[in-house]
Design a protein around this ligand. Structure first.
Ligand SMILES: [Zn+2]
Length: 219
């Protein structure tokens, strides 16, 4: 048996960091050279449409929705497929149950490359999920993408614009508490929005004392 080289490429970062766009770019470059790509997405993410992955920054690709609680259904999908596969891609990998990591290992051991994009941290600044913790050490090509801080500066129409590594959650325009759940559903009368923020403008009420960042340690 010939030894295959494991190739897992990951694009992680906060929201608005164009992670999906980076992944779609990699997919289209592969397809341009005749590679066959299969893209999976969580069945819970209906932001745009069920069978398409679309980047906020433009770009789209057809995708197969997968039940996040049963990533092993991917084996059935692969077994039924007639065309060869060179690359299997996952959008929003953080939403899948950790069993997806075993599926990914099996895929790479059969010589297929894996590409994924996802949130590395939740709005609290903590690891988003056990899945992201398990896939990061296996990733052979990792890009940590940054966004630009969307904090509005007083007195003019500009936003902060500094490199943003954090995702800010706002409930009716106000920073959400550290104690809220990681994934929440919008209720009538409540608006949930997200912004990319730099560390200085990332605000999480009830952040545990040992997690607080001293912005001016030497002043
Ligand atoms: Zn900022």
């Amino acid at each position: 048996m010939s030894k295959t080289r494991e190739s897992i490429t990951g694009y992680v970062g906060p929201m608005f960091a164009q992670k999906t766009l980076l992944m779609l770019h990699e997919i289209s470059a592969a397809e341009a050279t005749g590679r066959y790509v299969l893209l999976f997405k969580p069945d819970i993410d209906d932001r745009y449409s069920k069978n398409i992955v679309r980047s906020r920054a433009g770009g789209k690709h057809k995708a197969t929705p997968v039940d996040v609680n049963h990533p092993e259904t991917i084996y059935d999908i692969l077994n039924k497929r007639r065309l060869p596969i060179d690359i299997i891609a996952f959008d929003e990998i953080q939403f899948f149950k950790p069993e997806v990591v075993k599926v990914i290992r099996d895929i790479t051991q059969s010589g297929i490359q894996v590409v994924y994009s996802g949130l590395n941290r939740n709005y609290r600044g903590d690891s988003f999920s056990p899945t992201i913790e398990k896939i990061l050490p296996l990733t052979t090509h990792l890009t940590v993408a940054e966004a630009k801080c969307m904090f509005p500066l007083n007195g003019n129409h500009r936003l902060c614009g500094a490199d943003a590594t954090m995702t800010q959650r706002l409930i009716n325009g106000q920073p959400d508490s550290y104690k809220s759940p990681t994934v929440i559903i919008e209720k009538p009368g409540t608006s949930i929005t997200y912004e990319a923020r730099c560390l200085e403008h990332w605000i999480v009420p009830d952040l545990p004392q040992n997690r607080k960042i001293n912005h001016h340690p030497y002043s």
